[in-house]
Ligand binder design. Sequence first.
Ligand code: PHE
Ligand code: ZN
Length: 850
Amino acid sequence: MAKDTPQTFYLKDYTPFGYDVESVHLTFRLTPETTRILSRIRFAPKPDATDSTFFLHGEDLTLISARIDGQAVTPDLVEGGLKCEVPGTPFTWEAEVEINPAGNTALEGLYMSNRMYCTQCEAEGFRKITYYPDRPDVMSTFTVRIEGDEPVMLSNGNPMGQGEGWAEWHDPWPKPAYLFALVAGDLVNYAGAFTTRSGKEVELNIWVRPGDEGKCAFGMEALKKSMKWDEDVYGLEYDLDLFNIVAVDDFNMGAMENKGLNIFNSSCVLASPETSTDANFERIEAIIAHEYFHNWTGNRITCRDWFQLCLKEGLTVFRDAQFTADMRSEPVKRIDDVIALRARQFPEDGGPLAHPPRPEEFQEINNFYTATVYEKGAEVIGMLKRLVGDDNYYKALKLYFERHDGQACTIEDWLKVFEDATGRDLQQFKLWYSQAGTPRLKVSEDYADGTYTLTFEQSTPPTPGQPDKAPRVIPVAVGLLSPNGDEVRATEVLELTEAKQSFSFDGLAARPVPSILREFSAPVILQRETTNAERAFLLAHDTDPFNRWEAGNALAKETRVTMVLDGDAPDAAYLDALEKLVRDDDQDPAFRALVLTPPSQADIAQTLHERGFTPDPQKIYDAAETFAQTLAQQLETSLPRLYAATTADGAYVPDAEGAGKRALNGRILSLLTRLDGGDQAARQYAAADNMTQQYAALAALMKAEKGAAQSQAFFDQWQDDRLVMDKWFALQIACAAPEKTAATAAALTRHALFDMKNPNRFRAVMGALAGNHAGFHHASGEAYQLLADNLIALDTLNPQTTARMCAAFQTWKRYGTGRQSLIRAQLTRIANAPDLSRDTTEMVTRILDA
Ligand code: PHE
Ligand code: ZN
């Protein structure tokens, strides 16, 4: 199809496929450039079919031959697949196709990564392997034979046999094609075992390239913990005798939940204390859990069509967040998630790419693996759970698994189990799935005669295609504190259903201080006139840890905003409050670290924009620097003691407690480095025996422009470790001053180890460029141009990763006219690049249409 007439797919057009697929047999004859795939598929026409067109998807395939019931046929090759005349009774379809895995740089379908064959079929990659009804509502059992010289050849399900040059697999669970997987190569396994609560022995393996065996132990433990947790909390057991994980170096996303054969970006599974930071460990644990949890929420119950993506992703993110909260710290996990939501989902929801958690149209589904589908999808489930209560939530989930096991479902099915389990009408709640945009919640208050009244007004700004929004159901968790700091009303959940609504609390002896939206009970933006004194009061007294952090965060933002707008010095009262908290050894180190972590510069830009100002990235950067310098000076006498007190003793353990302590230690070190010229950081770098401390020291030094020697030493030590080198690439750009950011990134793209074909490396450089707020938006426009150059170059190789990175430009309309015209020029240049992919065309067009 011509590039200027892209096809749009609509939810309202859904029609079931006219045939059941009773079984699928595949034979792979592996060679790097000319792999042959023979398919034998049993189709049965559905008696009640509304559309009996026999259309099979297929892309980049060379059809060698096709047969129906043994007779050669000549199908009609059409755009995106083939059509064929077929019998009106059950029949066997056979096809032989040829593909080129070695030439597949898009990393979709069957491709090669480091001499290893692997597949990625979600969302629509199976059609690059053979002709098939490549849609999630078509489910079947797969039997797979792999022929080749690779020592290890894996597919889904259970092994059926193997011999010299072949292996056979059978997956007894019917599945959509997007869950198909095959891996073949020179791999070694790190083995484990798990006994399910009903006594079934499950063999576990993490398959890696020889040399990486030492980085599997943590992932294996995380897998076992996940299996146990899903039994304990959701009553869900694993359902095969074998669970395989494979680490792959070239992968577009984090990981993939293929049935019984999860494929992971190696950055999301390989870990060791020497090479991984605390943040890496936590993320790996969460992603292993996430993919494992998909076995029920995604695989046993899948999606009817890709518009329903949040059915599996929102729920699975919600489940992995519950898991992390249980394994580590609930408040810290919540705070981290809200920071991420505001950093990634709020900009999406407030810009040209805004879409509802369940979109109603798309051109390229790969462009909808978004923060809105994943993270907001999870927030919506969190609200639902809060509204119905914990017991009802688990009752509804039980019904969901009983009623829909083995099915391909919709959001309607999901909400219906909640309605049936609780008797609640969720019609209005459903708006969360169909409306885009972040609701604003304006709060006003009144106090008279012992009665305190809170009035909420909700509104949601227009988003593309949705000028007007109806009021939603918003659960607002509220607690009240008395002026002496005691809690006079414990948390209760107010249920907003109208555009404007009031709630009263009586019998109060004095005007209370409200703590609103505790635990961040809804993904909204709260608008309330308040004072810094009240924020400081809540930072000191709130019983809800999330809101305590939120009060500190609001203070930090207020201070930064005033510094930017009025050129003021940092707020003294806030500095005092911070100092008090940091020095208070009775407080949880992880919490102190979070309060000491400055709001991101992008967040300040968003806040300014929200209030009607045009953010100036350089001024925001300067304010951040001034603030940090002032804070360091204020803490000068305490820093050495704090540094010593938070330095972990004993062996490195990547648990929540140790990580919290090291996070605080890292914050202290970064402040100390502003005063001591890097002496302490250099000592820490030299002594570090784990990546968390080595990296923190290097980051502090690089930020102070004192890290040249250590950076070289780091390179020499780690140049053969791809994952550690990604850190080295990213850190140089993240630490560069605004005027040097683009040049630093440009130089790194010329480095011998820069490799565009590896998404991790590309993201390390280009992601860090886009993530350095003041550097990316430097008035020269050099960074915009560098990113555009690289996106254009990558698009011919890997459209999916290119398209995702275009989102770096999504906030362009909030900046001044000079920057806007620089960005528009780059977006236009990308849009006009010859043969631009459908993925990138859709993204750039949507962003330009802002
Ligand atoms: N389904 C994967 C997950 O959420 C993500 C993914 C999507 C991976 C598309 C690859 C391709 O776990
Ligand atoms: Zn997922």
